[in-house]
Design a protein around this ligand. Structure first.
Ligand code: SF4
Ligand code: SF4
Ligand code: SF4
Length: 376
């Protein structure tokens, strides 16, 4: 095993291959305070990529209700339970083991293979805060009246478990954008990637007999456009762009700003050690113990910063740009009233007022000589 730097757990860790960071790294930020679980993203992905034979059960993008929802069933709980209790004190590097470091002998990672029926209930637990679904013993909820929606795609991890476990070397990470792809002509369908990915975002197609996964909508990304699940998000909770590691973070890069500079967006289950590249603004109302397990020890600070955004014009401006364009924003700028997003060449692709103007109309319309009222 090689020693590689994982900034999300703030230490070196073991990984089967040497550290290599691509020129650019695909990433999405989701504001979980705004997701309405409309599933438009899931359907946008499904109609674009997985309407073929053998793909009936696949949702490369899914939205699950936490804490009781999951797709496939209990994917996260089963990995966490295998890892067991681990230590991570705030301000310190993660003291526990990653799934690479805790791997059983002759295995690359801590793993499990979901059964066919585990994939059969993508909406299980939806809108459930009543604990009707068995959720695992370590979920000690102080009360049972909260839930939140968690949209998920492949995280195009910096240290992908799927890639590390593939005996055919059929999985590769693209140098130009960090997207992780499966070479369909090399894959023999052994399913090692399905077993290894803790997020269960690699899926086996029983018709073609090879594995498949989210492709990061690379044809759109190559055209400077955001993925379909991002473009079509009804709640405008998402922004896709390129993230730099913290030591190269740019103040004007939207993803760097939310993750590294403002530190209100966090990776999920960073303790697993993959350096996943989907980041979440955590929900402000959910149980903190649960959120610490999912997003790590910095989640309390991220929530406190998010709650104070009323005083922060720049971040507010960036958040209103989310969902405002189908183009990838490489940089942004905010003045007193307006936020602007720019493409790679520095050309403006979107602008939005920080606050929509409020227009009051007089009750009597002199033009038509009639009184307006709000009765439909
Ligand atoms: S989320 Fe899973 S499938 Fe996607 S790159 Fe990471 S390990 Fe691979
Ligand atoms: S990035 Fe593209 S392929 Fe991946 S989940 Fe979103 S729509 Fe599907
Ligand atoms: S489209 Fe957006 S708001 Fe709707 S479920 Fe997906 S992420 Fe949430």
């Amino acid at each position: 095993m090689a020693k590689v730097k994982n900034w999300q757990i703030n230490r070196e860790m073991e990984y089967p291959y040497e550290e290599h960071r691509p020129k650019k790294q695909w990433a999405i930020v989701f504001d979980l305070n705004k997701c309405i679980a409309c599933q438009t993203c899931s359907i946008a992905c499904k109609t674009t990529w997985t309407s073929g034979k053998g793909q009936e059960y696949m949702f490369w993008n899914n939205v699950e209700t936490k804490p009781y929802g999951s797709y496939p069933l209990a994917y996260d709980l089963r990995v966490l339970e295998q890892l067991g209790a681990q230590e991570w004190e705030k301000q310190k590097p993660y003291q526990g083991k990653t799934i690479f470091e805790a791997a059983p002998p002759n295995e690359r990672v801590v793993h499990f293979h979901p059964k066919d029926e585990d994939w059969m209930y993508p909406n299980i637990g939806e809108d459930d805060c009543t604990k009707n679904v068995p959720a695992g013993d370590h979920l000690e909820l102080p009360h049972d009246k909260w839930f939140f929606y968690l949209p998920r795609t492949c995280a195009h991890c910096t240290y992908p478990a799927c890639l590390s476990a593939c005996p055919r070397k059929a999985i590769y990470k693209r140098e130009e954008d960090g997207i992780v792809l499966i070479d369909q002509s090399r894959c023999k369908g052994y399913g090692e990637c399905v077993r290894a990915c803790p997020y269960k975002k690699s899926m086996y197609n029983p018709y073609t007999r090879v594995s498949e996964k989210c492709v990061g909508c690379y044809p759109a990304v190559e055209q400077g456009k955001q993925p379909m699940c991002v473009q079509n998000c009804i709640g405008k909770i998402r922004v896709m762009g390129f993230i730099n590691p913290p030591w190269k973070a740019r103040e004007d890069n939207p993803i760097d700003y939310l993750v590294h500079k403002k530190q209100i967006a966090l990776p999920y289950y960073p303790q697993l050690g993959l350096e996943p590249n989907i980041y979440y603004v955590p929900p402000i109302h959910a149980d903190r113990k649960y959120l610490r397990q999912m997003f790590g020890p910095h989640v309390d600070d991220a929530i406190e910063r998010y709650k104070k955004l009323k005083e922060d014009t720049k971040t507010q401006g960036l958040l209103v740009l989310m969902g405002g364009t189908d183009k990838i924003m490489h940089s942004f700028k905010v003045n007193d009233r307006t936020a602007f997003g720019y493409d790679e060449k520095g050309e403006e692709v979107v602008s939005s007022p920080l606050v929509e103007p409020l227009i009051e109309r007089p009750a009597f319309d002199t033009k038509v000589g009639a009184i307006r009222n709000n009765t439909p």
